[in-house]
Design a binder for this molecule. Sequence first.
Ligand SMILES: *[C@@H]1O[C@H](CO)[C@@H](O)[C@H](O)[C@H]1NC(C)=O
Ligand SMILES: *[C@@H]1O[C@H](CO)[C@@H](O)[C@H](O)[C@H]1NC(C)=O
Ligand SMILES: *[C@@H]1O[C@H](CO)[C@@H](O)[C@H](O)[C@H]1NC(C)=O
Ligand SMILES: *[C@@H]1O[C@H](CO)[C@@H](O)[C@H](O)[C@H]1NC(C)=O
Length: 470
Amino acid sequence: MATAKLLFLLVAHLTFSLSTTPSLAGMPGDELRAVVNLVEALLADPSWAELHPQPCTDTPWPGIQCETAGTGEDDLHVTGIHIGPDVTPSPPCKATAFLPPDALTHLPFIKTLSFFGCFLSPNFASLPPSLFSSSSSLEQLVLNSNDGLGGEIPRSISNLKSLRVLSLSQNAFHGGIPRELGDLSKLQQLDLSYNSLRGEIPEEMGGLASLGIIDLSSNELQGNLPASIGKLHALQKIDLSFNSLSGRVPPELGELENLVLLDLSHNKLTGLLPEELSGMKQVQYFLMEDNPLNTKIPFFLANLKNLAVIGFSGCGLFGPIPPFLGLLVSLTALSLDRNMLNGSMPESLGFLPKLGQLNLSQNQLTGEITFSEEFVRRLGSRLDVRDNRGLCANGYKYQEASFNLEAPPCSSSSNGNNSGNSTWELIMESRETEMFDSTLLWILVEELVWRLVLVSLLGRVMYGFRRCRA
Ligand SMILES: *[C@@H]1O[C@H](CO)[C@@H](O)[C@H](O)[C@H]1NC(C)=O
Ligand SMILES: *[C@@H]1O[C@H](CO)[C@@H](O)[C@H](O)[C@H]1NC(C)=O
Ligand SMILES: *[C@@H]1O[C@H](CO)[C@@H](O)[C@H](O)[C@H]1NC(C)=O
Ligand SMILES: *[C@@H]1O[C@H](CO)[C@@H](O)[C@H](O)[C@H]1NC(C)=O
């Protein structure tokens, strides 16, 4: 995801550098002064103003974007300012770089403001509330990777009524997410990831009617997930991972019929996931890793036919691995490691055509590993079933294919050449060799019970499937 972000930045910045159109027209004096003042508050180059007396025309600078107002007049106006080490040639930001409170006051046409890796002295720079007092033309505010840009996100940010992109990722902001943020009804992307934001996610977020992406990951957010997020029908991506969110996942999330990615991993969410989540029909990535859910694997997953990646590692899951997971034909990765899952491994998983990664390690699975040799070879070391004390394998089939498949042979008298022998035959074999004990009997009983459960489950699923089609 970091790569994606970087790519986005690069693309955004490329558009910048291309758009400075040479023209003989001038720039209004107060706008030029505002640009010069802002750049001088940031850059360690005292001669910037002399080198770029006409930053839109004769002496262009790649960080400044200019356009005409489109009303017939020839004057050029500053519509974008970008500063960062990726703008070349660009002098570095000075150690005392700061944002003047009135930086935007005389830039009435500014649409994009983007400072990347500029404010680096710890806690030196912040966002002064008056910065946003008037600038309703701003559409993109992108302040990323400024380790020294701290303080709180000012409430006045709600004045930016045209804002479509707000990205304040990888800075040092603390305090809460201002409720007033919910007034930005045109906002399409909200990224506040990698800061030190605390408190709850405000219910008012339900007002962000155009929001397609929300990323609040890697902060210190607490409390429940607000149900109002379910009103944001344009949402395609929710990343709230690496926070301290608690309580249950609200059923209203099931109303997000366009959601493709839901990442709630590394939080403190508990309890049964609501069945209503089966409404997230488009969801492909469902990541819940490291939350103390302490439930069974939820049945509604069977309805999410587009699921490609299921990450439920370390969720305290118990009970069996339901065979219906084998019907999710788009699955490419299934991670259920570090849980308390028991019973046998459903054979159906081995028939998933796109599965490239299966981690069932550190559970309490029992019985024989029955995956085909082809499947085992295809996944190689990305098939991990280690640390399940009750699993056994007919070793010779797998030995070469995967070192993560270490499991004792299903019979202790096995010479590694008993493929095709059922558990029953193996047990009879052990009886002959006086290895028969209660553990093996238990495995046998479990297997019989499990097969019955499996048949009835598959029956239910197929019944539901037929009903859907009818
Ligand atoms: C699995 O564990 C549960 C308790 O969590 C237990 O009731 C059940 O009998 C176990 N099933 C098998 C097949 O071991
Ligand atoms: C499977 O999960 C375990 C436990 O989380 C982890 O240590 C291991 O690296 C994972 N295996 C693979 C192949 O990713
Ligand atoms: C396995 O058994 C077959 C016949 O049952 C024999 O031809 C083969 O050599 C054996 N393989 C191993 C590895 O013992
Ligand atoms: C199954 O086990 C029996 C008893 O040890 C053995 O004689 C037989 O060859 C095995 N069958 C296969 C197909 O390996």
